[in-house]
Write a protein that binds this ligand. Structure first.
Ligand SMILES: NCC(=O)CCC(=O)O
Ligand SMILES: [Mg+2]
Length: 331
């Protein structure tokens, strides 16, 4: 039972800087951040992404430089997404398991440049490699098949692990893929490669700028509602998470971030496992747009939102603002 005024004055502990610092319940640190990076072909290339102001695609050499920057800022992990050239995209996304694809070259360049100082998280899904922009293989009706897709995702994940990936992050939302990938990693002599499952990924309107960044936006026909979750659902997210833990996920992700804080909170309470939020491209773009429109201070907005993820129970956050936030935190 809390006391009564005036014995209890809630404002007492808020009255000074030192006291606010002492009583702060959640503290964001650079080590809470995962920095998503977009890879493109060429060398010495930086391509700014129009819908993500401040974010660029980098060629492999630039990606290695960004990873070094991450290490200097205290950011422990970078996440990689390739912008596959159109001529290498086809119906079955076969480029995803080409050992010399953009992703594998970027993984190797980072591991050569940074070794153990930076972890490399790699996305598993076919959308950056398919000519139709869906995350899996289509049947004759245009439906994204489950089991045939999982077989390709396993090849994609092993391909990334062979190149040196530290964390495999399947974002496809097929059923059973965590088990299949975990078994393949065990059999393929990669027992310590982690899996961070996009366990509760919602069919969201906040992904638009990302699709521009990986070049799949113009290609995508229809939507992803037959595999990504309905934003109205919450109990279903707990079932998704429970299955992925049972199948061998080391950590889980909830995506998007801010509109799904209740899901993060429930997952953490129910399972006590490491939970990560993906603050997605649309969320990033909205903060930048608020700053550009003069209706909010970018740094204050982003630090408040990132802190909210910690408060809700996250171990960390994937955010395009990672380097900006780390610089703020490092003073
Ligand atoms: N598989 C990764 C994503 O879909 C990212 C979406 C976004 O940042 O909007
Ligand atoms: Mg699932």
């Amino acid at each position: 039972m809390t006391g009564h005024y005036p014995n209890t004055r809630m404002r007492r502990t808020r009255a000074s800087n030192w006291s606010r610092a002492l009583h702060r319940e959640s503290q964001l640190q650079p080590t809470d951040l995962i920095w998503p990076l977009f890879v493109t072909e060429g060398s010495g290339v930086e391509e700014p992404i129009g819908t993500l102001p401040g974010v660029s695609r980098w060629s492999v050499d630039g990606i290695a430089a960004r990873a070094k920057e991450a290490a200097e800022l205290g950011i422990p992990v970078v996440a990689l997404f390739p912008n596959t050239p159109p001529e290498k995209r086809n119906d079955d996304g076969a480029e995803a398991h080409n050992p010399d694809n953009l992703m594998c070259r970027a993984i190797k360049a980072i591991k050569d440049a940074c070794g153990d100082d930076v972890g490399v998280l790699t996305d598993v899904a076919l959308d950056p490699y398919t000519s139709h922009g869906q995350d899996g293989l289509l049947d004759e009706h245009g439906y994204v098949t489950n089991d045939d897709t999982v077989a390709v995702l396993v090849d994609q994940a092993i391909n990334q692990a062979e190149a040196g990936a530290d964390i495999i992050a399947p974002s496809d939302m097929m059923d059973g893929r965590i088990h299949a990938i975990r078994m393949a990693l065990e059999m393929g002599n990669h027992p310590n490669v982690q899996i961070m499952s996009y366990a509760a990924k919602y069919a969201s309107a906040f992904y638009g700028p990302f699709r521009d960044a990986v070049g799949s936006g113009g290609l995508l026909k229809g939507d992803k509602k037959s595999y990504q979750m309905d934003p109205a659902n919450s109990d279903e997210a707990l079932r998704e998470v429970e299955l992925d833990i049972a199948e061998g996920a080391d950590s889980v992700m909830v995506k998007p971030g801010l509109a799904y804080l209740d899901i993060i909170y429930r997952v953490k309470k129910a399972f006590g496992i490491p939970v990560f939020a993906y603050q997605v491209s649309g969320e990033y773009a909205m903060i930048e747009a608020a700053e550009a429109a003069g209706i909010g201070d970018r740094d204050a907005l982003l630090m408040e939102k990132l802190t909210a993820f910690k408060r809700a129970g996250c171990s960390g956050v994937l955010t395009y603002h990672a380097p900006v936030a780390a610089r703020i935190l490092n003073g």
